[in-house]
Each structure stands twice: as structure tokens, then as C-alpha cells.
Design a protein around this ligand. Structure first.
Ligand code: ZN
Length: 174
């Protein structure tokens, strides 16, 4: 079913978001149409601001509002320990546990030949630049516990081993 002009545009745009099918897109669109104008303005302001203000940390690839993210700027973090994750949301999940005091490296995804994502498409080169500095003595691979995450962890473990850096796998059911 097609709606007129801008209503259909909204449904189409929402439908392009990950995990939002045509039915959900339609439901969200009509929710927005019926919503209080102030609520919708706040949503649109946030969407615009996030593209203006938020960028990716020059060191770890996490989301940041400055050149470096809050974690990389924190002098209390352990510089010898590095936790490798797929996405910024994984940093949030691990930070919630309060068990890790080192710093992170966000790959921006996982190796997935089916989706055409290879090592060069991820921030793996940046990872090895960080490891070559010599300050990092321990790497924890916290990629997702699925096929792609395991493949990425196996690949990285094999690449990191010759550097003499201790590598472990954080296999959590996050
Ligand atoms: Zn950072």
C-alpha cells in the first residue's frame, strides 16, 4: 500500500533502518503523525545534532563528542590492557559490568565473507598500529559470540600472537 508524498517518504526512510520492516515503518510513521509536535521536534533535533556533534574517537573508534572519546581521555584507565569489540554498543555493555579498566578498540563490525566484509573493511590496521607502540601487553577479544565474531577473534588471535602480546577471548553471552 502506498501513501501520498511525504507520508510514504517517511515510511520509506524508516524502513531503511536496521531491523525495521515495512509494517513497523508504517506503525512508527503513524505514531509520529499522531505525536505531540514538541516530541517530534525533540526527535528531529536529536537526529540533526547527532550528525553534527558526534564523531568517532581518533584512537579507539568509539563514539565521541571530541577528538578522543571519554574513555581514551581518562588518565585512570589501564593503558596496558586493550579490549577489542565490534561496535560502540559493546563498549557500553562492557562498561556497565565495571570489570574492565583498560581501553577499547572498536572494529566497526566483524569479518563476514558472505556480506563481503574482510579485514580491510574493519579498523584492524588501526589496531595493529596501536599494538606496535609496545605499551599494550594484554588484548581481550570481545567480539560477538556468533559465527562472524568467532571468525574475527580467531583471525585476530593468529595475527596478534607473533607480537608477544597476551591474547584472551571474552566469550560472554551478551
Ligand atoms: Zn576512544
Amino acid at each position: 500500500m502506498m501513501y501520498e508524498g511525504i507520508v510514504q517518504d517517511l515510511i520509506d526512510e524508516l524502513g531503511r533502518l536496521p531491523g525495521v520492516g515495512p509494517k513497523s515503518a508504517q506503525r512508527i510513521a503513524f505514531h509520529i503523525l499522531a505525536a505531540d509536535p514538541a516530541d517530534v521536534r525533540r526527535l528531529s533535533d536529536t537526529l540533526r545534532e547527532i550528525k553534527e556533534k558526534v564523531r568517532f574517537c581518533a584512537i579507539c573508534g568509539n563514539v565521541a563528542e571530541e577528538e578522543q572519546c571519554r574513555i581514551c581521555r581518562d588518565p585512570r584507565r589501564d593503558l596496558s590492557s586493550l579490549c577489542v569489540v565490534e561496535e560502540p554498543k559493546d563498549v557500553v555493555a562492557i562498561e556497565k559490568t565495571r570489570e574492565f579498566r583498560g581501553r577499547y578498540h572498536v572494529l566497526g563490525g566483524a569479518i563476514s565473507p558472505i556480506d563481503g566484509i574482510g579485514p580491510d573493511d574493519l579498523r584492524i590496521r588501526e589496531l595493529f598500529i596501536r599494538l606496535s607502540d609496545g605499551g599494550i601487553t594484554e588484548v581481550i577479544l570481545a567480539t560477538d559470540p556468533n559465527l562472524e565474531g568467532e571468525a574475527t577473534a580467531t583471525y585476530l588471535a593468529r595475527m596478534i600472537a607473533p607480537l608477544g602480546v597476551a591474547v584472551s577471548r571474552l566469550a560472554s553471552g551478551r
